[in-house]
Write a protein that binds this ligand. Structure first.
Ligand SMILES: [Zn+2]
Length: 415
């Protein structure tokens, strides 16, 4: 398996974000003004935020009545479920690829907004449809009375292929904000998830076109058949810099009442974002609290980290059975051959689907413990440059890679 060395352990930078939702003037205030005398005694209810459109989430493990839904014929599928994962995408390449010491890391592990848009269009054109990772495997009881994982049969629109998407480190780390990525998720005036951030000139930007999450939301709005069950992606969260751009973490260096008050304010602020993400098909998994290497850290430190993730992240996003290994590092030597103490501990904490990174969407249901191991492919600069063949089933790197904005480094298929 290809080792995945992430650059996401850059030094923690001191960071304070002024709580700012980019509040805009209230909509609908531009009508003709009425003379005061004629104003009704009892003011009408203030204009409510736009009512969100209903969003339907369906279970892909259930065949629709008669095998047909909305005129589409469904068929059983037991083949490979492909799994692609992204990091947050680069909104402003001129900030990411400015020649500073982080530029090559961003080039290796991220895609730009333009590349991401083209990848989504390509996987859609090639017949993939989104499924949620938690629907692909289920826990059941084996003949021996022990719990075990099973691979579910999926019922998909005929001829379509299932695709899981996951997004690592959707925490909006300080180093990302300085390098041309968005700062946080917010709810826009239309009631939908948007990003807030700053353009290269420093101006505030609220958009649905600059961040992987609202971009996928918009893509599914435009192409509802890309997500026949309403699934979007699974957001893989650490906790050490907060989540989704909100600084919900504790700090071990110092702790004051003011810090705690701010943390509680951030926790309240992120709750409606989480609720809206969940309502519209997004799910959450753990990426450990501290982006911990599970192949080398002690069991004690992993236990403390897992508790901290539960306290600070699970307490907001809810329980999850999905764990994404930081750096793709497998615990106990090799998690699909061994079931060592680290793996046993993590499983005892409720994790059932353990995701690494590899060269194919490999998955393996463990026989000796109720768990499944799965690898994910990684659309990013390294694979755009050097793994064109392996990704042709999804897209052709030649059509995707934004060669002009990326650093001038080797491209295998160009030589
Ligand atoms: Zn990571």
């Amino acid at each position: 398996m290809q080792r995945f060395v992430s650059m996401l352990l850059l030094p923690l930078l001191l960071f304070s974000l002024t709580a700012c939702g980019g509040s805009a003037p209230a909509p609908g205030s531009d009508g003709p003004s009425q003379p005061e005398a004629e104003a009704p005694e009892t003011a009408e209810t203030p204009e409510a935020p736009e009512e969100p459109a209903p969003y339907t989430i369906l279970d892909p493990t259930v065949m629709p009545e008669g095998g047909i839904r909305d005129g589409v014929t469904y068929a059983a599928y037991d083949g490979i479920v492909e799994h692609l994962f992204f990091h947050p995408v680069i909104a402003y390449p001129e900030l990411a690829f400015d020649g500073d010491k982080q530029a090559n890391g961003l080039d290796d592990f991220m895609v730009t907004v333009d590349e991401y848009n083209k990848i989504l269009q390509s996987v859609y054109d090639k017949g993939y449809v989104l499924v949620d990772i938690a629907d692909v495997w289920s826990e059941t009881t084996g003949e021996d009375g022990q719990p075990k994982m099973v691979r579910n049969t999926l019922y998909l629109p005929e001829g379509k292929k299932p695709l899981i998407l996951s997004y690592d480190d959707t925490n909006y780390y300080p180093y990302m904000l300085e390098n041309g990525l968005t700062y946080k998720l917010i709810i826009g005036d239309d009631g939908k998830i948007a990003s807030w951030g700053r353009n290269p000139q420093g101006g505030e930007v609220i958009s649905r076109d600059l961040d992987a999450i609202p971009i996928l939301d918009k893509f599914v709005e435009a192409h509802p058949d890309f997500s026949p069950f309403g699934a979007k992606g699974c957001l893989s969260l650490t906790g050490y810099e907060g989540i989704l751009g909100y600084r919900t973490q504790t700090d071990t260096q110092s702790w004051t009442e003011a810090q705690e008050a701010n943390r509680q304010k951030e926790r309240e602020a992120v709750k409606p974002i989480i609720a809206e993400l969940k309502r519209t098909g997004w799910t959450f998994g753990s990426h450990t609290w501290g982006h911990l290497r599970l192949d080398s850290k002690s069991l004690e430190s992993i236990q403390a980290d897992t508790q901290r993730w539960a306290d600070e992240v699970e307490s907001l996003v809810g329980p999850t059975t999905i764990l994404f290994y930081p750096h793709g590092a497998r615990p106990d030597g090799n998690d699909w051959k061994n079931t060592g103490p680290v793996f046993q501990y993590l499983q005892s904490q409720g994790f059932r689907v353990f995701c690494s990174v590899g060269v194919e969407s490999f998955s393996y249901i463990k026989k000796d413990i109720c768990a499944v191991i799965c690898d994910r492919l990684h659309p990013d600069g390294t694979t755009l440059r050097h793994s064109r063949e392996r990704y042709l089933q999804f897209y052709d790197a030649k059509d995707i890679m934004d060669v002009d904005v990326r650093p001038q480094r080797e491209i295998s298929w160009a030589s």
